[in-house]
Design a protein around this ligand. Structure first.
Ligand code: 5RP
Length: 263
């Protein structure tokens, strides 16, 4: 087993709670290819009330510098890849933010997408290898994001393939989508913690059920965005998601947390 450096261990402990072994990451990086996404048109205003309930914030350096108070006590997970917009070839990504920037911004981790099965899969996968090489030098965990785009069916076979490749390249954590069948196998085939993205906005109870299923099937938590910040009660929703992830609450109780705090 590889002996982990103190810095790497310390950063990981800020991402994944040592108490519960789980994490609620708040993903707000959508603008890096989608522009002003619904719910994030005014990031400063929409994000401030959510920060106290997130274990870390997954964000680009631009939104971080311009919209997040440096006094906010929130670990920063920096999105460091980009390139194409939603109008272009999504897999045409490269590393856009240096490790020096990540250190300057006091990031606890860096994240990038790989596009398995898409036009530029090979380049994005080798970029991940290079990012891990550099991140290991400074003790910074790398999150690999898989299965963004529409090229492949998001079933367990595909997600398992993408997650395993990410881990083989050295990613310390992997973010992927939940699949109804055999998600457990996706997790089992990936030797590093797997967190799920929420995907498109769905009814709150369904999003909580998805988080519940993912946790029950071995996920280390969520890196959720739209199902929180596009909710009619974003604070209630993130509290409800936390209760599932960290307190093992059943969906009915979590849904009550969401709905009882609705004004
Ligand atoms: C997109 C991302 C997003 O952070 C990810 O999709 C999570 O957000 P959501 O829960 O809205 O899907 O990495 O490339």
């Amino acid at each position: 087993m590889v002996k982990m450096d103190w810095g790497m261990k310390n950063r990981l402990s800020k991402i994944i709670s040592p108490k519960t072994g789980k994490t609620v990451m708040l993903a707000v990086d959508h603008g890096y290819f989608q522009g002003p996404t619904t719910g994030l048109r005014a990031p400063k205003e929409s994000l401030a009330p959510l920060l106290p309930y997130a274990d870390s914030l997954f964000v680009t350096r631009g939104i971080l510098r311009n919209c997040i108070d440096a006094n906010a006590n929130i670990p920063i997970f920096l999105r460091v890849s980009g390139g194409p917009s939603i109008l272009g070839e999504l897999s045409n990504e490269d590393i856009t933010t240096s490790m020096k920037e990540a250190l300057r911004l006091n990031a606890v981790g860096v994240g990038m997408s790989i596009f398995v099965g898409a036009k530029n899969e090979d380049r994005t996968i080798s970029n991940l290898g290079r990012l891990v090489n550099e991140a290991e030098e400074y003790g910074i965990p790398v999150l690999a994001i898989t299965a963004v785009g529409k090229e492949m069916e998001r079933d367990a076979r595909y997600l398992g393939l993408a997650c395993r490749i990410a881990a083989e390249m050295g990613a310390h954590m992997v973010k992927t989508y939940y699949c109804k069948e055999d998600f457990k196998k996706v997790v089992e085939g990936c030797p590093v913690p797997v967190v799920i993205a929420g995907g498109k906005k769905i009814p709150e109870r369904d999003a909580l059920q998805m988080a519940r299923n993912a946790i029950d099937e071995g996920a280390a938590g969520v890196d959720m965005g739209r199902n929180i910040f596009q909710s009619d009660n974003p604070v209630g929703m993130i509290k409800a998601v936390r209760s599932v992830v960290h307190e093992n609450k059943p969906v009915d109780e979590a849904f009550e947390i969401y709905s009882s705090s609705k004004s």
